[in-house]
Design a protein around this ligand. Structure first.
Ligand SMILES: Nc1ncnc2c1ncn2[C@@H]1O[C@H](COP(=O)(O)OP(=O)(O)OP(=O)(O)O)[C@@H](O)[C@H]1O
Ligand SMILES: [Mg+2]
Length: 280
């Protein structure tokens, strides 16, 4: 791919100017003020993440409530059919359909509850494959509707120390961006791999969509930068905060985001996270 770019972690350490000969008292006041600003900045960053997450959840609720309704309709129809027909094969079939619709509704509820779970600063050993499947439950129908085919290439990888709800937020943003880049449908490749020597896990989200110019790539992580005219039919996109939140979250996980893209060819985004070392 041509036109590749890379974003890496790196804290914005507050400037550390030396004293200019002013009194110790002045320096102390400056230090206090700097600390206060750093704390305020950290609070604002957290607010940004929370707001972006609330927006994502809100957007997903529309689709998932609809799917819930579909599952309920299936359950009700097959329950009626089972009551009407006394023969065993028809009843067995009805019960199987009820079980599968009920299971799907339960999965959707569990994924939404997981994502909205409070205590969002908790890190825990996290299985990325399960996390991806959780997110796919929420987006499956939407991807199908837009004729996006999901390809899973999940190699065995160790767990990572992560905040699952925040990583779900990242994945939803990346998957929705990929889907939106493929207005005429396409392929979304999800790959999990590891580099044992570096002790890292790579999670790749690749689409076969419109790709990005160098200019878009330079600005894609900027707050409020968006090339979309507004939310699409599913209510998603256009705020320009999705990738800002992704970067913020991945930096908080001591990870890196790498982007490769070429106009007309598609985009590959790799999230690299430190693996949890197996117990000695
Ligand atoms: N997979 C992709 N393919 C092509 N362009 C992309 C892709 N992902 C991001 N972009 C570009 O980067 C811009 C910023 O993405 P970002 O997710 O931050 O905002 P958004 O999708 O426009 O809005 P929202 O914050 O609601 O998600 C997008 O508007 C788009 O131009
Ligand atoms: Mg987006």
């Amino acid at each position: 791919m041509v036109g590749t770019g890379e974003q890496t972690t790196g804290g914005q350490a507050a400037g550390n100017r030396d004293g200019d000969g002013s009194s110790g008292e002045l320096r102390r006041l400056l230090d206090v003020s700097r600390l206060r600003h750093t704390a305020e900045l950290a609070a604002l960053r957290r607010q940004l993440l929370d707001a972006q997450k609330a927006a994502s959840l809100g957007e997903l609720l529309g689709t998932t409530a609809h799917e819930f309704n579909n599952a309920l309709t299936t359950i009700l129809n097959y329950a009626r059919m089972g009551l009407r027909h006394r023969d065993q094969p028809t009843r067995d079939k009805a019960l199987e359909r009820i079980l599968s619709a009920g299971t799907r509704a339960a999965k959707i509820a569990a994924s939404i509850l997981n994502m909205s779970r409070p205590g969002s600063s908790r890190f825990e050993p996290t299985n990325l494959e399960l996390l991806l499947e959780d997110v796919l439950v929420l987006l499956e129908r939407e991807l199908m509707k837009y004729r996006v085919q999901v390809e899973r290439e999940f190699g065995p990888v160790p767990r990572v120390s992560a905040n699952p709800s925040q990583l779900q937020q990242v994945l939803i943003n990346l998957l929705v961006n990929g889907r939106q880049a493929m207005s005429g449908g396409g392929r979304l490749i999800l790959r999990l791999s590891q580099d044992e020597s570096l002790g890292v896990v790579d999670l790749l989200v690749r689409d076969t969509g419109c790709g990005m110019t160098q200019d878009v790539m330079r600005r894609m992580f900027d707050p409020h930068y968006s090339t979309k005219s507004g939310p699409d039919a599913t209510g998603k996109g256009g705020s320009g905060l999705g990738l800002t939140a992704c970067r913020e979250i991945i930096e908080g996980h001591r990870g890196r985001i790498r982007v490769e893209s070429a106009p007309g060819k598609g985009t590959a985004i790799t999230i690299r996270l430190p693996a949890i070392k197996p117990a000695a």
